[in-house]
Design a protein around this ligand. Structure first.
Ligand code: AMP
Length: 589
């Protein structure tokens, strides 16, 4: 059997590795570099250039040098800010395409170029062909993003054995699977462009992700931008593109140096005819970076609240992402979590090493660890009146299988539209539609059809929905492989919206439920009145007519409480009418 490699397909950098003699190792390219910049350059002629030489082209040929393509993978136009130096293509709502040299490239094709280079490097290093891989993705990646990542792997010639969440991989790399039972850990991941915080728990030798939070627009790049602005002011120079490009390089370099030393010099020879030399201190950098780094705090607090833990409950805090090398970041982490972070692993390599260990587990080279992850948002279907009916709640451990029985809303209905939804809102219309299909069933009176709907999420986080008419056994299965109109910012926004609109949502749900009841009662009362109205007194009849009018008026207001009251009053007023009908039915009259 051929080996399985582990790959960290990062926004900024990517790495590949393999288990060797029981140890995870990372593989270097022909220049001895293990970190491959996730950058692809399309030259005027010939094949795409990948990695370090491509990264060098970023300032020289912005239009044809593609970086951060991971942000667009599995995304649609309009979901993701297009603030990149290259061009994007596609109509709003279509999958995002990247435009270069007159051709459109899907983001997964860019990812595939990076993966191909990693595969070639690994094959050179190992002297054998490499066809199987484990690839990591952020924990919040939705189905479309996971599937697109998997497709990228396949385009690069891999069989993708598993898609693994980055924090889970990092925890494995830190060896936290050896911690005691019920240990809880926080994974603090601050990279170039993104920030993720995850809380994991180890129980029965298994990792569970208790919660995740973060910001897809927060990272070392923001510190770079603030530092460049500061430096540009200090050199008092018109900021033309060439000067800014050189300043960027100098800024990143000085930022890295200040993680080790207290002061660093910047020399920029020949900036528009003169040389610039500056000294920057760590304290100055920290003043510039503090507001940016501080923004991670709220996400950490939220993640702990979601996981229902306090800092005292956490056994370890681990660091992932190059920006966590900054002493300021480490101090803030220690302050938020009340203890210093575990810095025993290289934060740039932890995710890749974890992917390698996971690859080892799958191929049998490593044993006794199982990895479980969670669903970032609730999944369900639309039911009567446009309500969201949750089947798998948010933060459920995967793999998972859950089912529920549904029935028909209308007599004689022959099919049911199953709309698969993702989100935290009470009304279906406020959640995202992942897909929909029609399930036909046998004609039955209202409420008599029995349709089982089952959701299954596999270990890769891919959702399969099965709907079955239990009478005929007719069933329909769909795999949610496309059209997930969800972006990672949108996941954050969904959570915020669900809090912000909690009150209206509850009213909408209560109103809809009361209206469903009213819709059922009003025609029934009318029929009952024509059938048995003759047995009621004039007062009884006028009371019922008045209550019917109240219900109709309450429906028009859209408010839940008045409608519930009106429905209850109508129910009360029609007690005797209902009793007469029951008597008649029993008496066979
Ligand atoms: P990643 O996305 O994990 O590769 O992280 C890349 C980010 O980490 C970039 O913003 C880098 O500038 C930053 N970074 C890398 N090394 C250091 C360092 N020694 N000190 C501070 N930041 C660093």
């Amino acid at each position: 059997m051929s080996v399985t490699v582990g790959i960290d397909l990062g926004t900024t950098n990517s790495l590949i590795g393999v288990m060797e003699a029981g140890f995870p190792i990372l593989l270097a390219d022909e220049n001895g570099e293990r970190l491959t910049p996730s950058v692809v350059h399309f030259p005027a002629e010939g094949a795409a250039i990948v990695g370090r030489p491509a990264a060098r082209m970023r300032t020289l040929d912005q239009e044809n040098t593609i970086y951060s393509a991971k942000r667009f993978i599995g995304r649609r136009v309009g979901e993701e800010a297009d603030d990149v130096a290259y061009r994007l293509a596609g109509e709003k709502g279509d999958p995002v395409m990247i435009r270069s040299r007159g051709a459109n490239h899907a983001p997964e094709e860019i990812a595939a170029e990076i993966l191909k280079k990693l595969r070639t490097d690994a094959e050179r290093a190992m002297g054998e062909s490499v066809t199987r891989a484990v690839i990591t993705v952020p924990a919040y990646f939705n189905d479309a993003q996971r599937n697109a990542t998997k497709r990228a792997g396949e385009m690069a010639g891999f069989t993708v054995e598993r898609i693994v969440n980055e924090p889970t991989a990092a925890a494995l790399a830190y060896g936290l699977d050896r911690l005691g039972e019920r240990s809880k850990i926080a994974v603090f991941d601050l990279g170039g462009g993104t920030f993720d915080i995850s809380i994991l728990e180890l129980s029965n030798g298994v990792f569970h992700v208790l919660s995740t939070n973060g910001n897809t627009r927060l990272g070392g790049d923001d510190i770079d931008a603030a530092l460049i602005a500061h430096l540009a002011e200090r050199i008092e120079h018109p900021h033309d593109a060439a000067v800014l490009a050189r300043l960027r390089e100098a800024a990143v370099e000085v930022k890295h140096r200040l993680s080790e030393s207290e002061t660093a010099d910047i020399e920029l020879p020949f900036v528009a005819g003169r040389s610039v030399s500056l000294t920057l201190t760590r304290a100055e950098l920290e003043r510039i970076a503090a507001p940016i780094v501080e923004r991670t705090r709220a996400h950490c607090l939220r993640a702990m609240a979601d996981a229902k833990v306090t800092p005292a409950d956490l056994d370890e805090i681990i660091l992932v992402g190059g920006q966590t090398r900054m002493p300021l970041v480490r101090r803030l982490v220690a302050e938020i979590f009340g203890k210093p972070a575990n810095t025993s692993q290289n934060p740039d390599e932890a995710v890749a090493l974890g992917a390698v260990i996971q690859a080892g587990i799958l191929s049998g080279a490593v044993q006794n660890v199982v990895l479980l992850d969670i669903t970032p948002l609730s999944l369900g279907i639309e039911t009567f009146g446009g309500l969201m009916s949750v089947i798998i709640p948010r933060n459920s451990t995967i793999p998972i299988k859950r089912g529920e029985m549904f029935t028909n809303a209308v007599s004689g209905q022959r099919s049911m539209l199953v709309r698969v939804l993702q989100g935290e809102r009470e009304m279906a219309r406020d959640n995202w539609e992942l897909g929909k299909f029609d399930l036909e069933f046998e004609q039955a009176p209202k409420g008599h059809a029995r349709v089982g709907v089952q959701f299954e999420i596999d270990a890769n986080g891919i959702l399969r929905v099965l709907a079955r008419d239990t009478k005929t056994g007719r069933e329909h299965t769909v795999e949610m492989t496309s059209a997930v109109d969800v972006s990672d910012e949108a996941v954050e926004k969904m959570l915020e919206d669900s809090l912000e609109h909690a009150f209206e949502d509850m009213n909408d749900r209560a109103f809809t439920e009361a209206k469903l009841k009213a819709d059922e009662m009003l025609p029934a009362v009318r029929i009952a009145l024509t059938q048995a109205g003759g047995e009621l007194s004039a007062e009884e009849k006028s009371a019922i007519t008045a209550r019917v009018a109240d219900v109709e008026a309450a429906i028009a207001t859209g408010a839940a409480q008045p409608l519930k009251k009106a429905v209850a009053a109508l129910d009360e007023a029609t007690q005797r009418l209902a009793a007469i009908l029951v008597e008649r039915a029993v008496g066979g009259r």
